[in-house]
Design a binder for this molecule. Structure first.
Ligand SMILES: Cc1cc2nc3c(=O)[nH]c(=O)nc-3n(C[C@H](O)[C@H](O)[C@H](O)COP(=O)(O)OP(=O)(O)OC[C@H]3O[C@@H](n4cnc5c(N)ncnc54)[C@H](O)[C@@H]3O)c2cc1C
Length: 376
């Protein structure tokens, strides 16, 4: 029996644990820093068909229909005048069993967590040392040591484990944007809507069938490094109000309808870590963190975990290497989306809108830009 340590019980780590449940030659232990999960959080997440396919293979399709939503369109709207420019039909990428899905992040985590036996996840884990000789020896809180054959590093964007293994601090970069999240109550339809503004854009979508909607805005904000580390700033009423007032108000979205507002700086990876050690795999944001304008971070975290298992089972690095190519391509598309969603110059906006109108109905473009990602 081979032993696998999974560091981080987020989307990627928990999904990996779920697919290991079907492998009788492996046992696993998850080490999670938090003391528990907060399943009450209402923030949303979009999952495209590529990850839905993988999730459905572990029973996701059995979630109550009331807890998920299946948007059929993405609307592109100009934020300053609420004018709809065009839409993309998402159902063209669906198949009879797998559909583009939006839901609460906590619903996804709860689903993934429920299949992990209680004794196979250790909360409050603080890993202080990892030695790599014959296998891995992990030193935990109170100097407890445990030995493993494989190490899966899935501890998110600020991965401390990656730094321990590489013997250097590998921090992502602040990309000069702040994310503002909230819960939107009211009737905002069953689709995803992207409101494109100047130096900001925001997205709304339903997270279930109970008229609850997620709101997420990405707002340009240059902040000095001392403010970036000031967690109180991001929680302060004044700062949240300044972010909200910086958005272009529209007739369709009344920002007064927002609750549970939360803001945080957006960090992204600039490069892939040069980790080439046998039996160690990086997954999810610990491997690479995208700008959030393609809504692929979680989907890719799930795909990567799936490829890691294929690599372990086949004894090669083949699947895992292919990841880098796919992630790089998605990263470029995320940056392009981000750029085009936030134009300021009226001439550029006019041209962008014309191009968007054309491309949103061009099958060849849609297949290349989205189909290749969603249908993988
Ligand atoms: C504003 C915004 C919106 C987004 N929207 C979407 C979307 O709609 N669709 C989508 O696909 N993606 C989206 N993403 C990206 C997505 O949230 C992430 O890519 C995804 O959560 C990454 O999963 P993960 O498992 O790698 O990391 P996480 O989900 O962050 O999990 C990491 C886990 O590791 C734990 N941990 C941290 N440090 C340690 C440690 N030292 N030891 C042990 N455990 C540790 C953490 O507590 C956490 O539980 C969005 C991101 C942002 C910023």
């Amino acid at each position: 029996m081979k032993k696998i340590a999974i560091i981080g019980g987020g989307i990627s780590g928990l999904y990996f644990a779920n697919i290991l449940n079907n492998q009788k030659d492996f046992e696993y232990q998850i080490f999670e820093k938090k003391d528990n999960y907060n399943f009450l959080e209402g923030y949303g997440i979009q999952l495209s068909v590529n990850s839905i396919k993988l999730l459905n293979s572990i029973g996701f399709k059995n979630l109550p229909a009331s807890e998920v939503s299946f948007p059929s369109k993405v609307n592109f709207i100009q934020a300053n005048n609420s004018k709809k420019i065009c839409d993309i039909d998402l159902t063209q990428f669906n198949d009879p069993l797998n559909r583009y899905t939006t839901l609460k992040r906590s619903t996804l985590l709860k689903f993934l967590y429920k299949n992990v036996p209680e004794n196979q996840i250790k909360f409050n884990s603080n890993i202080s040392k990892i030695e790599n000789a014959n296998g891995f020896r992990i030193t935990l809180n109170e100097n407890k040591r445990e030995e493993f054959d494989y190490l899966i590093i899935a501890d998110g964007i600020f991965s401390k484990t990656k730094s321990l293994i590489l013997n250097e601090i590998t921090n992502p970069e602040y990309n000069l944007y702040v994310a503002l999240r909230g819960k939107l109550t009211g009737h905002y339809g069953s689709d995803i809507s992207i409101y494109m503004g100047s130096n900001s854009h925001y997205v709304t979508y339903p997270v279930n069938q109970n008229n609850e909607h997620n709101f997420v805005a990405i707002i340009k904000k240059k902040l000095p490094s001392d403010e970036l580390k000031n967690y109180d700033l991001f929680k302060s009423k004044e700062f949240l109000a300044s972010l909200v007032s910086g958005l272009q108000k529209t007739s369709q979205i009344t920002l007064e309808n927002l609750s549970e507002l939360k803001s945080f700086p957006v960090y992204v990876s600039s490069d892939f870590p040069s980790l080439n050690k046998k039996n160690i795999f990086l997954s999810g944001d610990a491997l690479f963190t995208f700008p959030p304008s393609f809504a692929q971070g979680a989907s890719q975290s799930i795909e990567t975990a799936n490829d890691i298992l294929k690599s372990i089972l086949s004894g090669t690095n083949e699947f895992y290497q292919e990841r880098i190519r796919r992630i790089s391509s998605i990263n470029n598309k995320s940056k392009l989306n981000h750029f085009s969603f936030q134009l300021s110059n009226p001439i550029n906006i006019f041209i962008r809108n014309k191009i968007l109108k054309y491309l949103s109905k061009n099958e060849t473009f849609l297949e290349n830009y989205l189909g290749k990602i969603y249908r993988a």
